[in-house]
Write a protein that binds this ligand. Sequence first.
Ligand code: FES
Ligand SMILES: [Fe+2]
Length: 457
Amino acid sequence: MENCLVRNFYRATLSMASHKSEMTSSNNDIISPEFVATSITIFAVVFSSYVTYYVIKRIWRIVYYLYDLIFLPYELIRPLGSVGYTNPESYEMTQRQIVNLVRRRRKQGLEIPPVYPNGWFRIMDSRFLKKGEVKQVTAMGENLIAFRGKSGNVSVMDAYCTHMGANLGVGGRVSGDCIQCPFHGWKFNMEGKCVEVPYSDKLPKNGDMKTWHSREMNGNIYVWYHCDGTDPEWEMPSVPQVDKQQYAYAGRIEHHINTHIQDIPENGYDEPHLNYLHQPLVLAGVNLATHFDSKFNLAGNIMETDYSTMLQTGEKHVAKISLLHVFEVFSRWRMVYVNFQIYQIGPGVVHLHVTTPVGKIVIIQNITPVEPMDQILTHALFKPWYIPNIIAKAVLWGLTVQVDRDLMVWNNRRILAKPLFLKEEKVQKTFRRWYKQFYTDNSPRLGDTKKEGDLDW
Ligand code: FES
Ligand SMILES: [Fe+2]
């Protein structure tokens, strides 16, 4: 029996071996040497094409990156919530939840100054409004439109049509130097006068749109806001390096901030914070709890300010300060000196004339209150041709980090009407007194414009 089993197994093995041998011999007939050579060639071509494509793509990226670094302007927008908030809870939340929770819990108080000072405010960069374009914009809690007519002039007016309230910024068309409503086609000229009703020979009484005083200068479009609706009390100065294009545009940063407008310019008059919050090197980052301990904090910023010229500009609405920014390496060697001449023009515009070791630059800063505790802060940098773009970018990047640090405080602080100012901080008191000129009896307060609970973002 055992022998029989062994014999059968032996036979079966022989049979399988012979079958396998037949199969191999038949496969050898199909996989010819030519077939193998062709396959290898195709594989080599495909593989080398892929490698070439990958290498070219990488090189192109590096070339574009260098081109961007050397030639293109720096453009950065920090939307509300992207920086300046930390999670107050021990569980995970989305950034949106964090922002809304912080905003709701924040005790900002009703004792803060009026929310919209009187003055000129930027509504957009000039280059964002081309001929024949209309854009909608919100500023001082108002919905406005700006359009650029065929002549190249700009008009700013209320967004809502006097006929039946359509928003001219949504579907409105620029026709010549007029704007045409998308609803029934009424046409308004740059002064807001109704000049055409397509289906009537008569023009309506009281049909004119409310227009805003506007100016276009220093690369921006500005509107005049006054709570009493009065005409402009002063004019915005032109910066020739920008307006006459003596300097080139090198980029801009835009921060959306959850604070009161006065908080932002007052920051420049708070010398102790300049040498504390802004002292660590920008490489140390934005986290205020750790930036002093960062291993990148190899050098520090020292700011020496001169406020003596503050009220001596000869113009009531202009304040001027000087600031010397010094980089000190290893708390010992003073390396780079940058001098700032800073002009605060009205409540929402600052011109910074900066002398660096490689030449002079100009920075135009604008703050626009979109809503009571919602500000847009922009910095645009202009430089002469001989300053490399990469230096301008480094300045804007450093500025971004420093503004981000301020944002950590601005977005979370309670604004006190009577802070504990020490005698070393008396310049802030002077600044607050100076800034009061931009508020008048009817300037709207937070309670007038927004309910405390109505702060969801
Ligand atoms: S709502 Fe503007 S034309 Fe009717
Ligand atoms: Fe600051």
